[in-house]
Design a protein around this ligand. Structure first.
Ligand code: GRF
Length: 190
């Protein structure tokens, strides 16, 4: 039987992409079809390739072309797209072709600290500056507006008074590594 196929989009280190690749490596019904990046020097590309996953790299102009991304996903029989540290806007045509089938990981408790410019350490910096006592991760469907699609799951961590940006970043990565693959699996198989 054909497995359900995921495309992972990632722009950087790819710790989440790699964690998902490992999780789905011998999965009975889900597999990673390819990893796409908009950055040719993104460490995720070599790391994914080393694990035997097909990688694709296109410039920002190409990844803004919805028709191109739709045919690429169709060619590779992709059923779901997961954005793991992917920093470009998803073209409307791809969203329309994959309704509630594109999932994003965001390193805050949305709707707080979401939207344009809120990515990576910018998020954690803002959270710490505002003296928040908790933060967390949000896994959500992607719609036309940055970080505003329906929330699938959230996981929280507390922030102590003396904690800095890098402490928070570690806690967020711990949540991401622990929860993202299973949430993806459960959402796909629901
Ligand atoms: C993660 O914190 C993710 O939540 C955010 O960007 C970071 C990407 O990390 N959107 P990595 O590339 O998966 O290591």
């Amino acid at each position: 039987m054909k497995k359900i196929r995921i495309a992972i989009f990632a722009s950087g280190t790819g710790s989440n992409a790699i964690n998902m690749i490992r999780f789905f490596e011998n999965h009975p019904s889900i597999e990673v079809g390819f990893v796409l990046s908009n950055k040719s020097d993104a460490p995720v590309l070599n790391a994914a390739q080393a694990l035997g996953v097909e990688v694709k790299c296109y410039d920002n102009k190409k990844v803004a072309d919805g028709d191109f991304l739709v045919s690429l996903c169709q060619e590779h029989k992709i059923d779901w797209v997961v954005l793991a540290g992917y920093l470009r806007l998803i073209p409307t045509k791809l969203i329309e072709a994959f309704p509630e089938k594109i999932i994003n990981l965001h390193p805050s408790l949305l709707p707080n600290y979401g939207g344009k410019g809120m990515f990576g350490s910018h998020v954690h910096k803002a959270v710490i500056e505002n003296k928040e006592t908790e933060s967390g991760i949000t896994i959500h469907f992607v719609n036309q507006e940055f970080d505003k699609g329906k929330i699938i799951a959230q996981f929280r961590c507390t922030i102590a008074e003396n904690e800095g940006v890098s402490d928070l970043e570690k806690k967020i990565r711990y949540l991401e590594q622990g929860y993202l693959p299973t949430v993806i699996q459960n959402t796909i198989l629901a």
